[in-house]
Design a protein around this ligand. Structure first.
Ligand SMILES: *[C@@H]1O[C@H](CO)[C@@H](O)[C@H](O)[C@H]1NC(C)=O
Ligand SMILES: [Zn+2]
Length: 354
C-alpha cells in the first residue's frame, strides 16, 4: 500500500493543486479503494476554468474526478458482496434518501444525491477513496480498469439511447463527435441501430468516429443553415432518422436535430452549453416530436459491465493519453487544449497498465 494519498484538489478558478490527504476509513456499507484509473471529464475541466457549472459553485476546496475504477483494500461493517483485492468500477452518483425518485428507479433525479466532484461532494481523483459499496461494481477479469473507468461516460450513452428508444433497425443522428457523441454512437450500434450518422466541426473527430464504427460522418461548419444540414443527413440515410441525439448543447445543433428527425421521432438533449435556446416549435408540433432531456444516468453499470465482458462494445480506442497521478496538472492542461479523446490518470504507482 502506498503511504501517501495524493488528491487533485480545485481551490478556486484556475487553482488546481496536488495535496496529500489522510487515507479515509470506510464506514458502514463503505469500501476503501486504491484508485487505479480515473478519466478526466469535460465537467472537471469546466469547474477548473470557470469555478461553477450552472448553480453548482466551487466555494470550498473540491477533489475532482468521477470516472474511476480501483481495487478494494478494506471493507467497512456490513459489506458482503466485496472483499479486499476485488477490482471495481465506481458509479459516482449515490442516492442518500429513499425518496420518490429512488422508488421510481430514477435515483439520478433525486435532489439529495451524492455525486463525485459536484460541489460540495468530493470526487475520486486520489490514491485512496472511500465509496458506498453498493455503488461499486465488481469487474470480471477480462474487463480492464480503464474500461471500468469508461463506464461512466458509457453510461451517458446508454441512458441517452434508452431515453431515445433506440432499438433494432433504428436510424440515428448524433450531433457532436466528442467523447459523449462517440459513446452514444457505440451504444446505438450495440443496441441494434441499422445506421448512425455523426456530425462535428472537426474532421479529426469524425475520422475517429468512422474508425469506431459510425456508418456516416458529416462535417458541418458554424455558419451552415440547420435545415440544410438536416437535408444532408436525410440524403446520407435515405430517410430521416428516427432518433436524434444532440451532444453539443449548441442552439444551431439542436435546431438541426429537430429539423432532421422523422415525424413521430425523438430528439434527445444530452449536451448542455447554453441555458436558453430558441427552437422551431411549430416544427416540433407538426412532426409530433418528443424532446427528451437527460440528467446523467441511472441503472447502467450492470448492463455496461455485461456489454464489456461480452465484447459487444470496445471502448479501448477512446483512451488516447495517460499520465501518472503526479502529473495531473499537465493532464488537465492537455484535456483543456482538446487534445485526444479520453485522458486517463493512473493513480497506482505500482500498476500503470490499462
Ligand atoms: C469474460 O468474463 C466473463 C466472466 O468471467 C465471462 O462470462 C465471459 O464469457 C468472458 N468473455 C469473453 C469474451 O471471454
Ligand atoms: Zn464525466
Amino acid at each position: 500500500m502506498d503511504q501517501d494519498n495524493i488528491c487533485v484538489v480545485l481551490h478556486s478558478i484556475g487553482d488546481l493543486r496536488l495535496e496529500n490527504r489522510p487515507i479515509p476509513e470506510p464506514g458502514p456499507n463503505e469500501v476503501l479503494l486504491q484508485m487505479h484509473s480515473v478519466g478526466i471529464c469535460g465537467s472537471d475541466v469546466h469547474y477548473w476554468q470557470h469555478g461553477h457549472i450552472g448553480d453548482y459553485k466551487v466555494t470550498n476546496p473540491l477533489i475532482l474526478g468521477h470516472e474511476g475504477s480501483g481495487r478494494v483494500v478494506r471493507v467497512g461493517p456490513g459489506v458482503e458482496h466485496l472483499k479486499p483485492g476485488d477490482r471495481v468500477a465506481i458509479e459516482p452518483g449515490v442516492p442518500r434518501k429513499v425518496d420518490d425518485f429512488f422508488k421510481m428507479g430514477r435515483y439520478n433525479l433525486s435532489p439529495s444525491i451524492y455525486f463525485c466532484a459536484t460541489p460540495p461532494d468530493d470526487g475520486n481523483l486520489c490514491r485512496y477513496y472511500k465509496h458506498n459499496a453498493n455503488f461499486c461494481y465488481k469487474l470480471p477479469d477480462n474487463v480492464t480498469f480503464e474500461e471500468g473507468a469508461l463506464i461512466e461516460p458509457l453510461s451517458v450513452g446508454i441512458h441517452a439511447c434508452r431515453r431515445g428508444g433506440v432499438t433494432l433497425g433504428s436510424t440515428v443522428l448524433i450531433c457532436g463527435a466528442g467523447p459523449i457523441g462517440l459513446v452514444c454512437m457505440l451504444v446505438a450500434k450495440a443496441m441494434g441501430a441499422s445506421m448512425v450518422v455523426i456530425t462535428d466541426l472537426l474532421e479529426s473527430r469524425l475520422a475517429i468516429a468512422k474508425e469506431l464504427g459510425a456508418d456516416f460522418s458529416l462535417a458541418v461548419k458554424k455558419e451552415d443553415v440547420p435545415t440544410n444540414i438536416a437535408k444532408s443527413v436525410e440524403s446520407l440515410l435515405g430517410s430521416q432518422p428516427h432518433v436524434s441525439i444532440d451532444c453539443t448543447g449548441i442552439e444551431s445543433s439542436i435546431q438541426t436535430a429537430i429539423h432532421a428527425t422523422h415525424s413521430g421521432g425523438v430528439v434527445v438533449l444530452v449536451g448542455m452549453a447554453s441555458d436558453t435556446v430558441s427552437i422551431p416549435l411549430v416544427t416540433v408540433s407538426v412532426k409530433e416530436l418528443d424532446i427528451r432531456g437527460i440528467f446523467r444516468y441511472c441503472n447502467t453499470w450492470p448492463m455496461a459491465i455485461a456489454m464489456l465482458a461480452s465484447k459487444k462494445v470496445n471502448l479501448k480506442p477512446l483512451v488516447t493519453h495517460r499520465f501518472p497521478l503526479e502529473q495531473a496538472i499537465k493532464a488537465f492542461e492537455t484535456t483543456r487544449q482538446g487534445l485526444g479523446i479520453k485522458i486517463m490518470l493512473k493513480c497506482d504507482k505500482n500498476d500503470q497498465n490499462p
